[in-house]
Design a protein around this ligand. Structure first.
Ligand SMILES: NC(=O)c1ccc[n+]([C@@H]2O[C@H](COP(=O)([O-])OP(=O)(O)OC[C@H]3O[C@@H](n4cnc5c(N)ncnc54)[C@H](O)[C@@H]3O)[C@@H](O)[C@H]2O)c1
Ligand SMILES: [Zn+2]
Length: 373
């Protein structure tokens, strides 16, 4: 399966996302043809490097490519300017020149961090994304957003830098911790809710196979989500309009993540965020009544939380104010009209004013009896 991402107004930035069980074995040949370079730096977190790093380096060298493995400690806490500085310093110390290529091999943290290294090193070198988490395969590796977190918030410093190629091999998901797999599923559910009812239903029907890491089911899931994301990104590469629909669940999700001190993983927080935002959408009259029930049913089948885990309503609402997407006083949420269709407002915008009192009511209504996750 192959999805072509066209990013106007930068036609040179079009690229393929190749999704197939076993495709990692083709990395060296594919990289050589789409991102020919003097030298390759494979950037991976330690845990992923231990599993796949040696194999990737061996494959690249086997076809005569000069490749080095650069590792960093895994985890969101490493997505910082300090680690960016360390990685760029190491590239410079190893005398990587302008004719280099970065291969980002890991989850979304790696894609964002190594992508930002590629966006900035020598004013920009090519990057190939090899996502190894479900979240990175269906979401983070496509679209060209790169960056790091700062103490003021997530992803506050970054750049758009489209990859030359994305290779998604569902076989790599065999080693992924269970919680990470479910976190990725949450983003796929998000695509179903905002873009395609049939896809949403399919996830509900195949949830058991997906959770059991059936390679064919995962291949279809990744291909479906990448196709949705590619279409949205192609129409809006710099996120000025419709791409905002991909932020469904994220206004509240980010707030919950921040409030938990990042103990909640991104995808789990997004699952909770979707529940709260759909409840808010129904209160606002933007989202059809009954949507929440359908969402909750699929989230349960995917073994995802069906309600937010909230310790302080006030703190969560306050945290939405820090979200960089809240451009004015009232937070704005991307909301579905119904399962399978995003809602636009009367001015044609894809986010909706969601007053804090509505968010608070939605949080309160959905968080009752929250189960631990
Ligand atoms: N750029 C974008 O468009 C975009 C979109 C969504 C999310 N993101 C970012 O993605 C990040 C979250 O990414 P994530 O959920 O992939 O987390 P992650 O990158 O931290 O990966 C989770 C953990 O699993 C490990 N791991 C990865 N692949 C593995 C494998 N195959 N086997 C065993 N262990 C493996 C990782 O090293 C890490 O320890 C956040 O920083 C978020 O902001 C970016
Ligand atoms: Zn997300």
């Amino acid at each position: 399966m192959k999805v072509r991402v066209e990013t106007t107004p930068q036609p040179t930035a079009s690229y393929d996302v190749v999704i197939r069980a076993g495709v990692l074995a083709e990395l060296a040949d594919r990289v050589r043809s789409v991102a020919a370079a003097e030298r390759y730096a494979v950037i991976a977190p330690g845990d992923v490097a231990a599993l796949y790093g040696a194999g990737v380096i061996r494959d690249l060298r086997a076809v005569g490519l000069a490749a080095e493995l650069l590792t960093f400690e895994p985890g969101e806490a490493q997505k910082t300017r300090a680690v960016w500085a360390e990685l760029t310093d190491r590239l410079a110390a190893l005398e990587f020149g302008r004719d280099s290529c970065i291969i980002a091999c890991g989850g979304g943290v790696t894609g964002d961090l190594a992508g930002f290294v590629a966006a900035t090193y020598m004013r920009g070198v090519p990057v190939v994304q090899v996502p190894t988490t479900l979240l990175a395969m269906i979401d983070a590796s496509v679209g060209g957003k790169t960056g790091v977190d700062t103490s003021a918030g997530k992803n506050l410093v970054g750049a758009f830098h489209q990859p030359r190629l994305v290779l998604a091999d569902p076989l790599l998901l065999k080693t992924l911790p269970d919680a990470e797999l479910r976190a990725g599923l949450a983003e796929a559910v998000k695509h179903g809710v905002m873009l395609d009812r049939a896809y949403f239903d399919w996830i509900g029907e195949r949830a058991d196979e997906l959770l059991a890491r059936d390679a064919a089911a995962l291949e279809n899931l990744v291909a479906g989500s990448v196709a949705f994301k590619a279409a949205v990104v192609a129409a809006d590469p710099f996120e000025t309009g419709r791409r905002a629909v991909l932020n469904f669940g994220h206004t509240i999700g980010h707030a919950l993540e921040r409030q938990s001190g990042y103990a909640l993983t991104h995808g789990i927080a997004v699952a909770m965020g979707m529940v709260v935002e759909v409840a808010a959408g129904q209160l606002l009259g933007v989202t059809e009544p009954g949507t929440l029930e359908q969402l909750v049913s699929v989230l349960r089948r995917c073994d995802l939380p069906d309600r937010p885990h909230v310790t302080s309503l006030d703190q969560v609402v306050a945290a939405t104010r820090l979200d960089k997407k809240a451009r004015n006083a009232a937070p704005r949420c991307a909301l579905p009209r119904e399962i399978g269709a995003a809602a636009s407002d009367s001015a044609g915008r894809w986010t909706h004013d969601t007053p804090e009192n509505v968010l608070a009511a939605a949080l309160e209504a959905t968080s009752a009896g929250a189960r631990n996750v």
